[in-house]
Write a protein that binds this ligand. Structure first.
Ligand code: FES
Ligand SMILES: [Fe+2]
Length: 345
C-alpha cells in the first residue's frame, strides 16, 4: 500500500522525450512523453483494447498511438481514433495523470488514479523545494538508480547517517559516531540535525581540498511521501578552534516505489563552491554515485534477509528516530487516505 495523494518523481527531465517511456510507479503502469510544444505528459501505460503497453507505440502530434492495433489516445486519456471505426466508443479511455516539470525532474500526482479514494486536489506547493538542482548558484550532479528494495528502507538509510562511517568509509565516511543528533516532526515534515565533532575530512572532501580538520552539520528534511534533502555544511576548523571556509552540498533524494519491494531512486548532489569547475562536478558525480551504489548493495542485501522472515525482531536506537518519525508520517497519510476512501464509497 502506497500513499497516492502525493507528488512523486516519475523521471528525470532528460529521460522524457517524443519517444514514449514506460515506467511502473506505485504498482501502476505509466507512460511518459512530450507533446509537440515540449510539455511532459503521463498516461496509463495500458491500452484499453487488449492491454498492450502503450510505451511500445508512437507519439503522433500530441496523441499516443498504440503499437498493437492503432487505438490513439489524446492527452486526457480519451480514445480519439480506432482504425476502421468512425467514432470510438465513449468507454474507450485510459487514465491520465497530472504532471509538473520542476527542478530537472518530472513530478507526477498519483492520486487521481485511485478510484474510490476521495478526490484530493493536486497541490503544486507540496512539491519539495529542490531548486538547488537547477539554480545557477549551484552546480549539480545527478542520476537515477533502480533499487530492489522497499522504498522505506531507503528512507531509513537517508535519515540514519550513522551508516556513512561504515558503508562509505572510503568515499564520504567520517569519524562522527559521537555526533549530536536531534529529530523533530512538524505536521508531515520530519527534520533532523546531525552535528559532528571536529574530525579529519571525509575522503571526498579531502579531494575537494576543504581543510585538514573539519566539522560537519547535516540537516535532513523529509517530506512525504519519500523526499529527503540533506543540507551539509562542512566547515574548516583553524588553529584555536576558529572556523574558516565553509562549503555547502545539498543532497536531494526522491524515492518512488515501483512495486512493493522495488523502487526508483532519483538523486542529485548540488554544491555552492567552484561551480564553474566541470572537473569538480564530474568528481562529485563519480564519488556520489559510488557511495549510492554502496547503499544499493547494502539495502538490497538487507531486503533479501528481511524477506526470509519479515516479522523477525529488530532493535531501534536513537539513530533510528528520523526513520521512525518518517514512517509514522507515511502511516498517518495512509490512514487518512483509507478514511477518505470509506467516506467516498
Ligand atoms: S492493444 Fe492497443 S490497439 Fe489493440
Ligand atoms: Fe549512504
Amino acid at each position: 500500500m502506497f500513499v497516492k495523494n502525493a507528488w512523486y518523481v516519475a523521471a528525470s527531465w532528460d529521460e522524457v522525450s517524443r519517444k514514449p517511456l514506460g515506467r511502473v510507479l506505485l504498482g501502476e503502469p505509466v507512460v511518459l512523453y512530450r507533446k509537440e510544444d515540449g510539455t511532459a505528459m503521463a498516461l496509463e501505460d495500458r491500452c484499453c483494447h487488449r492491454r498492450a503497453p502503450l510505451h511500445r507505440g508512437e507519439v503522433i502530434g500530441d496523441a499516443l498511438q498504440c503499437g498493437y492495433h492503432g487505438f490513439t489516445f489524446d492527452e486526457t486519456g480519451a480514445c480519439i481514433k480506432i482504425p476502421g471505426m468512425t467514432t470510438p466508443p465513449k468507454t474507450a479511455k485510459i487514465k491520465s495523470y497530472r504532471v509538473v516539470e520542476r527542478h530537472k525532474w518530472i513530478w507526477i500526482w498519483m492520486g487521481s488514479a485511485a478510484p474510490g479514494m476521495g478526490e484530493a486536489t493536486p497541490d503544486e506547493s507540496m512539491i519539495p523545494d529542490f531548486h538547488q538542482n537547477d539554480h545557477p548558484k549551484w552546480a549539480s550532479a545527478r542520476g537515477y538508480i533502480p533499487l530492489a528494495a522497499n522504498y522505506l528502507l531507503y528512507v531509513d538509510n537517508l535519515l540514519d547517517l550513522s551508516h556513512v562511517g561504515f558503508v562509505h568509509r572510503d568515499v564520504i565516511g567520517s569519524d562522527d559516531a559521537d555526533a549530536e543528533l536531534k529529530f523533530e516532526r512538524h505536521e508531515s515534515v520530519v527534520q533532523g540535525v546531525r552535528q559532528s565533532p571536529d574530525m579529519a575530512p571525509p575522503p571526498l572532501y579531502k579531494k575537494l581540498g576543504i581543510g585538514e580538520t573539519v566539522r560537519q552539520k547535516k540537516i535532513m528534511t523529509f517530506t512525504p511521501a519519500s523526499h529527503i534533502a540533506i543540507d551539509i555544511t562542512t566547515s574548516e576548523v583553524l588553529a584555536g578552534g576558529k572556523v574558516g571556509r565553509e562549503a555547502h552540498i545539498f543532497v536531494l533524494n526522491s524515492i518512488t516505489p515501483e512495486r512493493e519491494n522495488t523502487c526508483h531512486y532519483f538523486w542529485a548532489s548540488a554544491r555552492d563552491f567552484d561551480t564553474a569547475n566541470e572537473q569538480m562536478t564530474e568528481l562529485v558525480h563519480r564519488e556520489t554515485l559510488r557511495a549510492f551504489i554502496q547503499d544499493k548493495d547494502m539495502v538490497e542485501a538487507q531486503q533479501k534477509v528481511i524477506d526470509l522472515d519479515p516479522e523477525a525482531a529488530i532493535v531501534s536506537v536513537r539513530a533510528d528516530s528520523g526513520g521512525l518519525l518518517a514512517r509514522r508520517v507515511v502511516a498517518d497519510a495512509l490512514q487518512k487516505e483509507s478514511a477518505g476512501a470509506s467516506i467516498s464509497n
